[in-house]
Design a binder for this molecule. Structure first.
Ligand code: FDA
Length: 310
């Protein structure tokens, strides 16, 4: 109950424009800034440095230039140009070529056709350099349009792209069947957005049960699936399931967020599993950071201790 209230509270904060502006101005400037535990930095070079450190520990990575919910086409075009610059910087750096992005960052709220054009521009630069590009899943307002755009791009021959499905939504098991039939790579998550009862499980136990069902199906009949969770119980279930069903460890990967359960990330790598870390960076880090706080009350006390300078 408290967890749900915290999630709602932090999701409200995440949408606050004033807090977002203040945070972008001050938050990451001090190197010891509390948000730095979860966000690699503001610039692409900091993200590349973080990626190199991860790669030194045999972790894989996906870079996410933070940003969402742009309200005009100029901002969407600016985000697209930034992504193109990220593609170039990653190629130059020699780190793994893997990106995650959000459609609201590319202007889906303003004009769908322009957002698709922006995504195409990024893919046209990223594809020849053999990037993998994952389209993150946002709130349920965007599920249909995200899957539809994904299928259109797939139909146009883009194969180095992937989607995300959220076990919290009732519809996701049917969406998974649709994506598996297509041959698409799915990242399975529980879902970071507060959703109404009419379309989503409200109890954590139900979200977890759906995650487990979907995870098992993806591991045995998905296409290079990504099991994205920090939940040790779920990760244990996955490990037992792949052993029982003789699924090879190099046919799927675990994914976790930057700065969360680094111990578990290393442990899994040492056991021979593939682990990919989602590395967010950029000036627009505030909504992402608020969602992470809402997921785990312990993170709030970490932040408060940081603010008090303990
Ligand atoms: P959950 O919140 O169910 O907690 C279970 C247990 O996991 C906890 O008891 C604790 O042990 C551990 N744990 C969880 N969070 C922790 C933390 N911060 N610190 C320490 N331990 C923690 N969502 C979305 O809607 N769209 C998307 O595109 C993505 N993309 C994405 C990519 C990747 C790589 C990850 C890992 C996650 C996402 N998410 C996401 C977020 C996802 O939906 C979900 O909100 C978070 O991962 C939290 O759920 P968990 O399954 O990790 O644990």
């Amino acid at each position: 109950m408290l967890d749900r209230a915290a999630k709602t509270f932090f999701q409200l904060l995440a949408r606050s424009g004033t807090l977002k502006k203040l945070a972008s101005r001050y938050g990451l400037q001090r190197p010891e800034s509390f948000a730095r535990r979860f966000v690699a930095g503001e610039g692409v070079q900091e993200a590349i440095d973080a990626a190199r450190a991860l790669e030194a520990g045999r972790l894989r990575l996906t870079l996410d230039l933070l940003g969402e919910s742009v309200t005009n086409l100029e901002e969407a075009e600016a985000a697209t140009r930034q992504y193109l610059a990220v593609v170039d910087a990653v190629v130059q750096s020699g780190i793994e070529r893997n990106l995650s992005l959000k459609l609201t960052q590319l202007g889906i709220d303003v004009d769908k056709a322009s957002a698709v054009d922006n995504l195409r521009k990024i893919l046209e630069r990223a594809d020849p350099a053999e990037f993998f590009v994952r389209i993150d899943m946002e709130s349920s307002r965007y599920t249909d349009v995200t899957l539809e755009i994904f299928e259109t791009l797939w139909g146009h021959g883009h194969r180095r792209i992937g989607v995300v499905l959220q076990s919290a939504l009732y519809r996701s098991e049917a969406d998974m069947a649709r994506m598996n039939a297509l041959g698409a790579r799915v990242r399975l998550v529980k879902g970071a957005y507060k959703e109404p009862k009419a379309i989503a499980y409200q109890n954590k136990a139900d979200v977890d049960a759906a995650f487990e069902r979907m995870m098992k199906t993806l591991l045995t009949s998905g296409h290079s699936p990504a099991i994205a969770t920090h939940d040790p119980t779920m990760i244990d279930t996955a490990r037992r399931w792949v052993d029982e069903t003789h699924v090879a460890r190099d046919t799927f990967e675990f994914q976790m967020l930057y700065g969360i359960r680094r111990d578990l990330q290393s442990m899994l790598v040492n056991e021979g599993y593939r682990v990919r870390v989602y590395v967010p960076f950029g000036r627009e880090w505030f909504p992402y950071f608020m969602r992470r706080l809402g997921e785990r009350p312990a993170n709030v006390s970490f932040v408060i201790r940081g603010i008090l300078g303990e």
